[in-house]
Design a protein around this ligand. Structure first.
Ligand SMILES: [Zn+2]
Length: 113
C-alpha cells in the first residue's frame, strides 16, 4: 500500500497519507490549514512500495537502471510477473527460495552444489 508524502503549498507543512485507491488522491488536503494546494513528493513512494506495487509497476520490456538490480527486493520480480500472467502458482518453495536469494544469496549457491 503506497504511503505518499505531501507538502502543502500554502503553509509548507509536510504530511504523509496512505492512499488506498488512486481515486482518493484528489481528496487529499493539508491537515494543518485545509488547503487543497498540495504537492506530492515523489521520492518517498518507492521506499514504501509493497511487492504488489512493484509487480504492478514492473515492465519486463522496459530498460532497467542499475538501481533496479541493486535493490534485492526486485529479485524474482520477473519470474513472478511471468508466472502470474500465465496463471502459474509458483508455490511456497519458490517464495522461500526467493527470500533466501534476497537475504543470503550465498546459501542458495551452497544448497545447489
Ligand atoms: Zn497547509
Amino acid at each position: 500500500m503506497p504511503i505518499y508524502e505531501y507538502e502543502c503549498m500554502s503553509c509548507r507543512a509536510a504530511f504523509q497519507r496512505l492512499v488506498m485507491k488512486k481515486e482518493e488522491e484528489p481528496d487529499v488536503r493539508c491537515p494543518k490549514c485545509g488547503s487543497e494546494e498540495i504537492k506530492r513528493l515523489i521520492s518517498r513512494v518507492h521506499h514504501h512500495a509493497s511487492e504488489e506495487d512493484r509487480l504492478a509497476a514492473y515492465d519486463p520490456k522496459a530498460a532497467k537502471e542499475d538501481r533496479f538490480f541493486r535493490d534485492s527486493r526486485n529479485i524474482g520480480l520477473a519470474a513472478k510477473k511471468r508466472a502470474r500472467e500465465m496463471g502459474v502458482d509458483l508455490g511456497q518453495g519458490f517464495e522461500e527460495k526467493l527470500e533466501k536469494l534476497r537475504t543470503d544469496p550465498g546459501s542458495v549457491i551452497r544448497d545447489s552444489e
